[in-house]
Write a protein that binds this ligand. Structure first.
Ligand code: KG4
Ligand code: ZN
Length: 334
């Protein structure tokens, strides 16, 4: 079954054709992240205007024959409303024009499906998934694509947001994840000590605001210019974020020993230090998306999620509304 996927929830405009939720046949991603660098973040009105400019060229570049498409999957939320509407309006129009069934997909369900894309072997449930991006940080215990439970989520900032805000304090460019990761390569990760959040508590939640405040005070108390310590601070801050994420994953595995695989998805799963630390976990397979393109926002993961969702849910092709905020619990049932 071939699905056309459309993703426009933030500042990526992406279109993909994916077969059976796994084989990516066509995939185009246009991003305006570089424009967001100047303003150190995304301006919603700008992002929506750029989505409008990009959607048709991206659809053309994806080069597919509409006759070969069985259904269309589009991100219905959460995200920036103006950006989302460009995608859902386009998808509704194409579905009606080409007479194809249409399915609205939760953005995070897309990330959760990203580890299936071009995977050599099929992932085995039950799976513990750490989904960490600029908008959310969640830990899931999943027994199928649409069944499972949320074990923990962030109480304040998302992990990607912590990278973005940390980078801004360190005079590094937006988005913060890649720039902190790059600066860290030339820094010492033990140069500064940041307290490990929530480690004395049983909770599987996350919290990054303490780390952010700690970085702020460390910078304020520096004896030398920030430039001289920027790389050491970046490496130590990255280490603290990654250690917090991995500690919660380890705690979850102790509570759920039946887990067969650990997956990391979302923009932060692109982080090589995080992958390195997760790979030291023994007894389970650890998986991340097969390419960096599938870590950050992309349409292939939306097409994959559309396929799996339609396989497991009879009501998948019902009507849907576009929403800026949307709880994932409505698509993953316990
Ligand atoms: O999934 P995504 O593309 O968009 C959202 O749904 O939010 O994630 C974007 C986030 C940003 O906060 C960015 O700083 C972070 O993912 N990110 C990274 C890396 N690449 C992107 N964080 C850490 N290390 C990276 N290499
Ligand atoms: Zn995302």
């Amino acid at each position: 079954m071939r699905l056309l996927g459309i993703e426009t929830s933030c500042d990526e405009t992406s279109v993909a054709v994916v077969e059976d939720g796994t084989t990516v046949l066509s995939h185009v991603i246009a991003t305006t992240k570089q424009d967001s660098a100047a303003s150190a973040g995304v301006i919603p009105e700008d992002a929506a205007r750029k989505q409008l400019e990009a959607i048709l060229p991206v659809l053309h570049q994806a080069k597919f024959d509409p006759k070969t498409i069985d259904a269309i999957a589009v991100t219905k939320g959460p995200g920036l409303l103006g950006s989302l509407l460009i995608g859902t309006t386009t998808a509704r129009l194409l579905a009606s024009l080409w007479e194809k069934p249409l399915i609205g997909i939760h953005h995070t369900l897309g990330h959760l499906s990203s580890t299936w894309l071009d995977a050599k072997d099929s992932p085995q449930f039950p799976i513990l998934t750490l989904s960490a991006s600029g908008g959310h940080t969640d830990l899931w215990y999943r027994t199928s694509h649409t069944q499972g439970m949320l074990l923990g989520s962030t109480r304040d900032d998302a992990a990607g947001e912590a990278f973005d805000k940390g980078a801004s304090m360190l005079n590094l460019s937006y988005p913060g994840g890649p720039s902190i990761a790059k600066a860290s390569l030339e820094g010492r990760n033990d140069a500064y000590h940041f307290p490990l959040p929530l480690h004395t508590e049983e909770t599987l939640d996350f919290s990054f605001s303490g780390l952010k405040t700690s970085l702020k005070y460390t910078i304020a108390g520096l004896q030398s210019p920030l430039d001289a310590e920027q790389k050491n601070l970046a490496a130590s801050f990255q280490e603290a974020i990654c250690l917090h994420l991995v500690t919660q994953v380890r705690k979850a595995l102790l509570k759920h020993p039946q887990v067969k695989e650990v997956h990391i998805v979302g923009g932060v799963s692109a982080n090589l230090r995080l992958r390195e630390l997760l790979s030291t976990i023994e007894g389970v397979a650890v998986r991340h998306p097969t390419t960096l393109r599938y870590c950050t926002d992309n349409a292939a993961m939306i097409a994959a999620a559309g396929y799996f969702y339609s396989q497991e849910r009879k009501d998948a092709y019902g009507t849907f509304t576009t929403h800026a905020s949307l709880p994932l619990q409505e698509v993953i049932a316990s």
